[in-house]
Design a protein around this ligand. Structure first.
Ligand SMILES: [Zn+2]
Length: 320
């Protein structure tokens, strides 16, 4: 049903999934750079289409796959489900009448302030990302991390200093912004980040009291900017900043030093180790293929009795 050729392809339908080379038709699970290319035609949700056009457009051709609406595509029926990763992020269920394959793309279980929570349909074949596929990547409860973030940001403001949060411009930045504005903290965003936020607003996602940083810091505001080290991440004119990184990798003790920030908090838009295992259990697939993760995860699943395989390089899957 699929093969891997430096990327995943649904063989019978000739459909590329998150392949980063230009294709005739490519499914895009979400608009992060490592999942998109300038395809002749992209299949995606409406929100992903808008974000994809923001990044690589304008006027790229897209065909909409709204959540939970089956669409015929050659010999397959395709249905998308929310993936809980960023606005528009989708899993793809492909049904050829005999078997169902679920491709997760990047995903996270549980609630999010800025996108729909993931839904997991049952499938016979599961192709899943497994970024945090090591037992040490068990993240603390989300509410605890959010409470810590809000407390530290409020404390920073109370000291007359400026909280500066470094986050990916698409997804994490909007999530952190919404979590802060929900706690009554207004946010100024880096212009590149704000440009993505405008797409969120166009899609009807309320981000609260957020404005673009136009060279002047407003008192009492937190600043959300690009990850450290990215071109143009610096915002000038901020005195006495206290910097934050917000990422699942913060579970590593050394993250704060690696990211060069004062605080690193483990809030992720990827499933942690326990959520990966929960996904395997809930989808109930008899064959599991893992992408984007450590070999340990496949070994862990095999030891637990699952029929699991890594997919990398030139892996060829038998067709049926
Ligand atoms: Zn992603």
């Amino acid at each position: 049903m699929f093969h891997w050729q430096e990327g995943l392809f649904l063989t019978q339908a000739g459909l590329a999934l998150d392949v980063t080379r230009r294709q005739k038709v490519g499914f895009i699970s979400h608009a992060h750079a490592d999942h998109i290319a300038r395809h002749e035609m992209a299949l995606c949700t409406a929100a992903t289409g808008k974000l994809y056009n923001h990044r690589l457009g304008p006027l790229r051709r897209t065909m909409e796959l709204p959540y939970r609406e089956p669409k015929e595509f050659g010999p397959l029926t395709l249905t998308t489900y929310p993936a809980g990763h960023c606005l528009g992020s989708a899993m793809l269920l492909a049904d050829d009448g005999k078997k169902r394959l679920l491709f997760t793309g990047d995903f996270k279980l549980g609630p999010s302030a800025t996108c729909e929570a993931a839904e997991l349909p049952r499938a016979d074949i599961l192709v899943m990302e497994s970024t945090f596929g090591k037992p040490k990547y068990r993240l603390p409860p989300r509410e605890e991390v959010i409470a810590e973030l809000v407390e530290l940001v409020l404390q920073t403001l109370a000291e007359g200093r400026t909280p500066v949060i470094h986050a990916y411009a698409l997804g994490k930045a909007q999530e952190v912004t919404r979590l802060l504005t929900l706690a009554g903290i207004p946010v100024q965003q880096h212009p590149d980040t704000f440009a993505v936020s405008k797409v969120y607003l166009e899609c009807g996602m309320d981000l609260g009291n957020v404005t673009e940083f136009c060279g002047k810091l407003k008192p009492g505001h937190a600043v959300v900017t690009l990850p450290k080290g990215m071109k143009n991440f610096r915002i000038s004119g901020i005195r006495d900043p206290v910097s934050f990184a917000v990422t699942g990798w913060a579970i590593d003790e050394s993250a704060k030093y690696r990211y060069g920030v004062d605080y690193a908090l483990p809030l992720s838009d990827h499933a942690d180790f326990d959520q990966l295992l929960e996904t395997v259990e809930r989808v109930g697939a008899s064959e599991i293929y893992c992408t984007h993760g450590p070999a340990d995860f496949v070994a862990h699943l095999r030891a637990a009795g699952y029929n699991a395989h890594p997919v990398t390089g030139s892996y060829q899957m038998r067709m049926f």
